[in-house]
Design a protein around this ligand. Structure first.
Ligand code: NDP
Length: 630
């Protein structure tokens, strides 16, 4: 029943009527009470420090947490003083796709530089037990068709991802000039030579005609700034630097025999912890999972892929499958759902949230914004109710089950999918330590304190995520210096300015790929990377074909595109949505008041497929519109 005296109740009642009630059907719950519960749960978690509650691992006293465990110490090589047509910063899937698409476009002189000891990016660093991608492998893994690689599981595990990265490096000749264990310290445009000068921590002074930034967006591990964290005398590491020497096993064989006699803490319950907990639970003498906010964990449906899992015979099959997934996520009805998993199922159940067209069809008229929002909320409550019911069905102890229920809208946090996470809490050796939204209180020399109780542990595993919503300079560790000594950090001081999220004025022959602002928030990040890589390869290939020394967008073109982004109504909708969400990196830890503060903010408003189409149309015109050519 709706409470007539309540402001929310009045708002909801105001939009209700026979028409809307026909769309939403009988309500099996009280939406006003649920909304209030969500607000209370959010308010409990607001931390005034926002992002500053975390401490970095790339510098300072916790720098050891960020060290590369996958290389042997002592690597050295002679400094390089040479020229390459294209230098790419970043050897993850973004950089690899740029390298591959360049080669296909006839540009073969490419050097990829990465701090890591090999290609792979995310999948180089994250080798924790159980690591897998929660997007279907057939649409996530890059270049499957080109490499004729059939994923072994519906959701590929990290070792297969690394194996594929190496395959791509070999197939496209990207190892030839690659520089690993190398950190770029400065990138400077030399106007007189029309080249980039790239300097590194190995004393290199390399030049290139084109410079591509493919540095990902969440690669710097962070720790919670908990009192006493530096005093802990037990073993400790971050999830992205897994210490198999301590736990036993390896990334390929997660028999964590070293934990058999250990009391282990996992701190955090985000997408990473959801994958780690079931694995550690199998081996640790005791496992304590410290939770601040529960994840929304739906069915995974992981399985091996038999040869007939997907039809990989038709040319263009991967593109078609990716687009089919993206269209379903964009609420565009499709005759077939190739992926047919939790992502597509729950999106379809949320359809009215995403598609006002669908709602208009049901009402036989254009819905008001209030009607749209109300129907959206109801669909969302139903999806989250199903997720909460799943917790009750799986977790046997009622108080543990209650604590594992998430109270926020589905897309407020990264949705999770796992078949074994919730069940892990049925093991007598696994204890959920729910911190009531406040987080861990303190570390002692031998344990972790919550509510005044000390949990003695031998090992603490921080699954506490990565720095997010940070500037390019912070992410890459160097500033990019364009024409007339202009720094990218300064150029973007008042916000990102680009053409298509890929080029920016005053920075000739500089190209950006990844999930930076001005592109789209793609659930399948590799789909976005591939579209961007194709675009970057086209621009560089055209520069060569037209014998251009320098190519950059005009200030007018950048202004116009930036205005398209700034005025996109979708960005305002996002601000409203995330302001009601429980804190996390998606909404600036609850402090995201402007679109620019949001992880997915400041995006192309038309959605992913429209963005890809816009890029493709621009290339098809073949006149490099908006670019100044020299
Ligand atoms: P997240 O930032 O998502 O999660 C960090 C976790 O640490 C949260 O549960 C957070 O709680 C918790 N935490 C932070 N501070 C404290 C504290 N003081 N006390 C207790 N808990 C605390 O990091 P992840 O590594 O899990 O995931 C990062 C991103 O990586 C994901 O969002 C996703 O994009 C990606 N990822 C993707 C996967 C895939 O399959 N594609 C798999 C794994 C990760 P709170 O929520 O309250 O802030």
């Amino acid at each position: 029943m709706l409470d007539q005296d309540d402001g929310e109740g009045c708002r909801m009642n105001a939009v209700r009527g026979r028409e809307i009630d026909t769309v939403i059907g009988n309500l099996e719950f009280d939406p006003v009470a649920l909304k209030r519960k969500y607000e209370q749960e959010r308010d409990k978690r607001i931390v005034p420090e926002g992002h500053d509650q975390y401490v970095p691992t790339i510098e300072g006293r916790f720098a050891d947490y960020g060290k590369d465990p996958w290389v042997s110490p002592g690597f050295s090589r002679a400094a390089l003083n040479d020229h390459t047509e294209v230098i790419v910063a970043g050897g993850g899937f973004g950089g690899l796709l740029v390298g591959a698409r360049l080669r296909e476009a006839g540009v073969t002189d490419v050097r990829i530089i990465d701090e890591a000891g090999d290609f792979g990016g995310t999948w180089y660093w994250n080798r924790y037990p159980g690591a897998m991608c929660d997007i279907e492998a057939h649409i996530y893994m890059p270049l499957l068709e080109e490499l004729n690689h059939a994923p072994r599981h519906r959701y590929a595990y990290a070792p297969e991802m690394l194996e594929l990265s190496r395959k791509i490096g070999e197939r496209y000749g990207l190892y030839d000039k690659a520089c690993f264990q190398t950190v770029i310290t400065e990138a400077r445009w030399l106007e007189d030579q029309k080249q980039w000068l790239i300097e590194t921590d190995r004393g290199d002074r390399m030049t290139a005609n084109h410079f591509v930034l493919a540095c990902g967006r969440q690669s710097l591990p962070k720790l919670p700034g908990i009192a006493g964290i530096g005093d802990f005398e037990g073993h400790a590491f971050h999830s992205s630097r897994w210490d198999y020497a301590y736990t036993g096993g390896s990334a390929d064989d997660a028999r964590l025999t070293g934990l058999r006699d250990k009391r282990v803490a996992v701190i955090g319950t985000g997408a990473t912890a959801v994958q780690i907990v079931p694995e550690v639970a199998k081996w640790a003498r005791e496992l304590f999972v410290f939770q601040r906010t529960p994840s929304a964990v739906y069915i995974r449906g992981q399985r091996e892929t038999p040869p007939d899992y997907a039809d990989m015979s038709k040319p263009g099959w991967q593109k078609e499958r990716r687009e089919n997934f993206q269209k379903i996520l964009g609420a565009k009805p499709q005759d077939v759902d190739y992926v047919a998993d939790g992502w597509t199922e729950l999106t379809v159940r949320m359809k009215p949230v995403l598609s006002s067209r669908e709602l208009a069809a049901r009402l036989n008229r254009k819905p008001t914004p209030e009607e749209h929002e109300f129907v959206a909320e109801i669909s969302d409550y139903r999806v989250m109710n199903a997720i909460r019911t799943r917790v009750e069905e799986i977790v046997k102890d009622p108080s543990t089950a209650e604590a594992l229920k998430p109270w926020y809208r589905w897309l407020c946090k990264r949705p999770c999918f796992h078949d074994d996470y919730l069940d892990a809490f049925n093991r007598p050796s696994v204890h959920l330590v729910d911190t009531g939204g406040r987080g861990v209180e303190q570390f002692t020399r031998h344990g972790i304190v919550v509510d005044g109780h000390e949990y003695k542990v031998d090992c603490a595993i921080f699954a506490t995520g990565f720095e997010a919503g940070i500037s390019y300079v912070r992410l890459t560790g160097f500033d990019v210096v364009g024409r007339e000594g202009r720094r990218l950090s300064e150029h973007w001081r008042n916000g990102v300015r680009t053409l298509h999220g890929i080029t920016t004025d005053n920075f000739p022959n500089l190209l950006l790929v990844g999930g930076n602002q001005h592109s789209v928030a793609a659930v399948n990040a590799v789909h976005l990377l591939d579209e961007q890589a194709t675009h970057v390869a086209y621009i560089i290939q055209q520069a060569g074909e037209r014998r251009l020394q320098a190519i950059e967008p005009t200030t007018e073109a950048v202004d116009a595109y930036t205005e398209i982004i700034r005025s996109a109504p979708a960005n305002k909708v996002l601000v409203n949505f995330y302001s009601s969400c429980t804190p996390g990196y998606y909404n600036g830890e609850g402090k995201g008041a402007k679109s620019e503060d949001l992880f997915f903010g400041n995006r192309y408003g038309g959605g992913a497929m429209a963005f890809y189409q816009m890029l493709a149309d621009w290339r098809r015109e073949n006149n490099l519109e908006g670019m100044a050519l020299r």
